[in-house]
Design a protein around this ligand. Sequence first.
Ligand code: NAP
Length: 280
Amino acid sequence: MSATKAFGLAGIIGWPVAHSRSPVVHNHWLAEHGLPGSYVLLPVLPERLPAALAGLVALGFRGCNVTTPHKQAVMPLIEHVDPMAVRIGAVNTIVVQDDGSLRGFNNDGNGFVQGLRDVKPDWRPDDGPIVVVGAGGAARAIVVALAAQGAREIRLVNRTHEKAQKLAADLGPPIAAVRWEERGEALRGVATLINATTQGSAGKPPLDLPLDALSRDAIVGDAIYVPPETPLLAAARARGNLTANGLGMLLNQARPAFEAWFGVMPSITPALRRAVEATF
Ligand code: NAP
């Protein structure tokens, strides 16, 4: 039976995992394409991760997404890790191969970059310098993708400067760490500003970043999608900048995963966006 016709199972492994919107996304696509299958939440305790991965194969899953706290921990437990996932240092998607081995990749960074293009189709990573604020997992995925897609200068700003320095040292040019105190001035001349911190997400204070030096031609992206418009994006929009929230990252990272599991490259439609936004 072809992969697209047999009942297909996939899910998301995390702890906790109940907050994930991925089931809404993948189950929407399964229904849209008339594919028999289901995408389920898989709460997995850290100590059960090896057993859970073996269980994927035993239970006939096509694969799974991986979220906190397992994104790094799965890497030594799977047979093939895609080079971009190695560079990011984390896997967010696992595909069960025909021979029962596991292949891991990471679409988060490319998903974010595509989210910028969805808002500004002629956007290019080499349009000008890029400022990325944050040095955690999301920032790392985003800067790796930006560099791989041709960015020439990425100014990495993080509250804890040592973490930005370490990331810049690990990844090398075009990434350079800039001190937190210089974050406002670092915006001068940039074509793209990206927030990859937790600041501005629901229940957290806004990102503390004065935008005065930012050109109104710059696009401003945020990895956050709850709320759909962070205070940073609201301030940027009010002064005339184009903005992109993190929903594009979530949806675009999911597309190649769905294709790998279910054999169809799905689209991001207004109906899909509405289905996810209904969960906010
Ligand atoms: P993380 O690894 O915990 O990193 C958190 C980052 O936020 C660090 O750079 C941290 O700086 C910074 N930060 C925390 N509190 C701060 C403060 N008071 N002032 C300034 N900076 C502060 O988190 P993550 O996994 O990278 O996630 C970052 C954001 O991206 C989250 O809001 C997450 O929801 C979002 N995200 C979205 C998607 C998507 O699909 N759209 C995917 C992944 C993540 P320090 O190093 O100084 O602590």
